[in-house]
Design a binder for this molecule. Structure first.
Ligand code: CA
Length: 228
């Protein structure tokens, strides 16, 4: 029941404070102080979620993230000092699940951790359904998305966003509604996060991402999944 979090942060004071706060919430927390230690800990400790600082000695957060993603889809929340990094962080290559910009409020980090774990905890749910839209097929039971014969590799957030939209075809959602429904908390207003994920999803599932036919933009409002 006690979910295990690996905290990767070289600033010892911050690491200690975060460990304390997370443990107070009932999590089991391991701390790694550099990237190499983090990669080892992920193999040995099999955490449920990783909180990963971007600026680390020896091997930075990007490298660690890439290394994790080669073998695992474990949820990753990146800590970054610069919001310009988000495109790369949430991107195809790295595939972190979320990010938080330093300095941050511990409660906000906790909310994000809980939202992600709530969502990943639902994976064993009873959904046994397959949705098909043209060449796109979403197998909810197996969390598998295919376009024709091609298996599409999605990050867990991309999958959550796609399955949410595709389960409600034709319904228009604003970015704020998507943040609330898919991210699971009241995101403090960074709607770009939604746009970045939509763009990546389109690159992965649309025949021509520049002229999307599955995930449609509703100008001035938000997005919807095509009907029928
Ligand atoms: Ca650092």
């Amino acid at each position: 029941m006690h979910e295990k979090i690996l905290l990767v942060e070289d600033e010892k004071t911050l690491a200690k404070a975060l460990k304390f706060s997370l443990e107070k919430e009932g999590f089991q927390v391991d701390v790694a102080y550099d990237g190499e230690e983090a990669v080892r800990a992920i193999k040995n400790e099999e955490p449920d979620l990783v909180v990963l600082d971007l600026m680390l000695p020896r091997m930075d957060g990007f490298e660690v993230c890439r290394s994790i993603r080669r073998g695992s889809d474990i949820p990753i929340i990146m800590l970054t000092a610069r919001s310009e990094d988000i495109d790369k962080i949430l991107g195809l290559e790295l595939g972190a699940d979320d990010y938080i910009t330093k300095p941050f409020n511990t409660r906000e980090l906790l909310a994000r951790i809980k939202a992600i774990l709530r969502r990943t905890g639902q994976h064993a749910g009873p959904a046994k359904k397959i949705l098909r839209y043209g060449d796109l097929q979403i197998d909810f039971a197996r969390h598998k998305v295919t376009v024709g014969e091609r298996v599409v590799l999605l990050t867990s957030r991309e999958y959550a966003l796609l399955s949410f939209l595709a389960s409600n075809p034709g319904r228009v959602y604003s970015r704020e509604q998507l943040l609330e429904q898919v991210w699971g908390y009241n995101y403090c207003g960074d709607a770009r996060t939604v746009d970045v994920h939509i763009r990546h999803l389109r690159e992965k599932i649309e025949e021509n991402p520049a002229e999307p036919r599955l995930i449609l933009t509703v100008w001035g409002t938000g997005y919807k999944f095509r009907e029928g």
